[in-house]
Write a protein that binds this ligand. Sequence first.
Ligand code: PEP
Length: 251
Amino acid sequence: MIVANWKCNGSKAMIDEWFQSYKKVVKNNGICDGFIGIAPPTIFINEVYNQIKKNNLNIDTISQDIAGYTRKFTGAISADMLLESDAYSFCIVGHSERRISYNEDNKIIQDKIRECLSCDINPILCIGETEEENKHGKTKEILENQLSILVNMAITDSLTIAYEPIWAIGSGKTPNPKDVNEIHKFIKDVVQSISTKNLAPLVLYGGSVTDKNSESFFGEEFVDGALIGGASLDGTTFAKIVNIFNTTKKL
Ligand code: PEP
């Protein structure tokens, strides 16, 4: 599964160019294990959705956020609204930028996951530690705390986790792929032990993934894909990463 998080980037011209480049480079329409998704700014959802349909591409569109049932505030988008648009069946929840800049804590993120699950929107839950926490060997403790919101929730196989060390996001710094693999196994085990259905989720890695380093992550057994910010803004680079994923996972 490969997910593009465009954050607060994009324009009509950029989207047009992105799809022209993407379709020239992607092989086999990118058909892959899981799916390929783009999370554009909400205002561009129609442009992105129409480009996908027009070009007959195997890409899903994803919301970058959801209000959560207790937070239907100014500027927010609720699950009912997402459901009214054919474009959304997935939603990123708990991205570190929202945890930090919008003070989203475990309680708020739990609300958002609940809202997703109640409306059949598939959540992609982002978790990750700071550089300080990493240096002090606290990564697993932090992740376990962030995953604790899933206790007593009716988790289904629609849940995906994105492991995004905060210090790797947009910094050009990346953890060792072997360490990422071990953390992904840990995440799967924790969620499986919480899940009443014994489900292990797909776990994506996110943080400065590019077409140059993606193979080293995809080569690891428990890395099921990537959540990509900066490198997803260019259609050619994103298509190259999709191709590398498909070759590395040997589908
Ligand atoms: C992100 O913001 O989720 C992300 C992974 O960004 P980048 O790829 O730019 O590090």
